[in-house]
Design a protein around this ligand. Structure first.
Ligand SMILES: *Cc1c(COP(=O)(O)O)cnc(C)c1O
Length: 413
């Protein structure tokens, strides 16, 4: 007779220790999702013999499963790196690099236009461990050179900078650091491995950064629904240093999130190109609007650092180059903050929200003063607004901007 008692011991145990094994030769477009905290060993000798640091087997969920190993390898291919560590967010990629590579008495240099929370981590957390920081002018390599001193152990780079979008002379910055023997870490979220090769900036293997940190939250996810970051290197000792700190900090990622990134990754180049084309169309159109004092997009002729973008991102031989889907504008100073808020509120397709890289276009008004310590003579006076262009039809986005600009003009009249 069939056992119908839900508390029967033989039923309870058989559901946990079920003997069925599916046939092994399953193949499908997407890799399987292997989820684990516990990894099971066949015997004690295997358990004792297992070394978590090498990737020939599995030890514990925190150190990865087949699913995360696959994503790590694909991200190395994307960015031209050799080793990858996954972390729970882009910000965790920045903080983990800092914590792994710096100690009390060291100094880290950060561009003044770097991703804000990364600066904040240095100001409010690294300082508590006796690690000092300084912000350098991203548009002036000699300012960076002058600030490097014997305590400087790490220089952050970002191309272009967050929100104000200045494109630095990345090659010169890396050369300066290499000459002085200082490690370089690039926040490569904007370039995403597509606009330029972080470990081979000149295309001849002669110049590259030491570490690339990437907010996978943005283009690799492409959905606005996952937080994750990666830390990619091309040196085994450097990778091991980061991997050990990463392990001690307990920076695990969930395999459902890894799977979401694996599902989006094959289309990243197509999406990046689509975001880029739409953003450039809108940036050029906005340049012609009387309410807009300045458009900050590295592919525009008069943008701060445009020549460096052109040289690095494939636009130097008459090509179009690559430039992601982000730009900012300075709204003319005759509009007050209230008028600019009315503009943002009037947008219908552009939603108010942080982050970028997903299908929905986003807008954020910023306060330049609170973001920058250094002077910004290259920025026109006005109010800063950042757009992240999604995948909507560009005509619809332009109409949306048009009606919101009209609403702002009415509010100011
Ligand atoms: C979004 C972003 C980050 C942080 O990523 P999160 O996953 O949101 O923590 C870091 N750097 C840059 C340049 C970013 O745009």
């Amino acid at each position: 007779m069939k056992n119908t008692d839900p508390n029967a011991p033989e039923l309870i145990t058989s559901l946990i220790h079920h003997p069925y094994q599916p046939p092994a030769d399953f193949a499908a477009p997407q890799p399987g999702v292997f989820k684990a905290s516990t990894v099971i060993f066949p015997d004690v000798a295997a358990m004792r013999g297992r070394e978590w640091k090498d990737k020939t087997g599995y030890t514990y969920g925190l150190h990865g499963t087949p699913t995360s190993f696959i994503l790590e390898e694909r991200l190395c291919a994307l960015e031209g790196g050799a080793q990858c560590v996954l972390v729970p967010s882009g910000l965790a990629a920045i903080s983990t690099v800092d914590l792994a590579l710096l100690r009390a008495g060291d100094e880290v240099l950060i561009p003044d236009n770097a991703y804000g929370p990364g600066k904040d981590f240095a100001v409010n957390e690294l300082s508590r461990y006796g690690i000092t920081h300084a912000f350098y002018d991203p548009l002036n390599p000699s300012d960076l050179a002058q600030r490097i001193n014997p305590a400087t152990k790490l220089v952050w780079l970002e191309a272009p900078g967050s929100v104000t979008m200045e494109f630095p002379d990345l090659c010169e910055q890396v050369r300066i650091c290499k000459e002085r023997g200082v490690l370089t870490a690039l926040d490569n979220t904007w370039g995403a491995g597509l606009a330029f090769q972080p470990f081979d900036l000149l295309g001849d293997g002669s110049l590259g950064v030491d570490v690339s940190a990437h907010a996978l939250t943005k283009y690799p996810s492409g959905g606005g629904d996952v937080l994750m970051g990666s830390i990619i290197t091309r040196s085994e000792p450097l990778h091991m240093k980061i991997k050990l700190s990463h392990m001690r900090l307990g920076m695990g990622v969930g395999m459902n999130d890894v799977e979401a990134i694996l599902r989006s990754l094959p289309s990243i180049a197509l999406r990046y190109r689509a975001h880029d084309l739409a953003a450039r169309k809108l940036a050029v159109w906005l340049q012609q609007q009387p309410a807009i004092a300045q458009v900050l997009h590295p592919a525009l002729q008069d943008a701060p650092g445009h020549a460096h973008w052109k040289a690095l991102c494939g636009a130097h031989n008459g090509g179009e180059g690559a430039a992601a889907g982000l730009f900012s504008v300075m709204i003319d100073a005759r509009f007050t903050q209230n008028h600019v808020d009315a503009f943002c509120d009037a947008l219908r397709l552009f939603k108010l929200g942080y982050s970028w890289g997903g299908p929905i276009s986003l807008v954020v008004p910023y306060h330049l003063r609170s973001m920058r310590g250094g002077s910004t003579p290259h920025l026109k006076p006005g109010t800063l607004v950042r757009f992240a262009i999604g995948l909507e039809a560009v005509e619809d986005l332009q109409r949306d901007l048009e009606q919101a600009l009209q609403a702002m003009e009415r509010a100011a009249a």
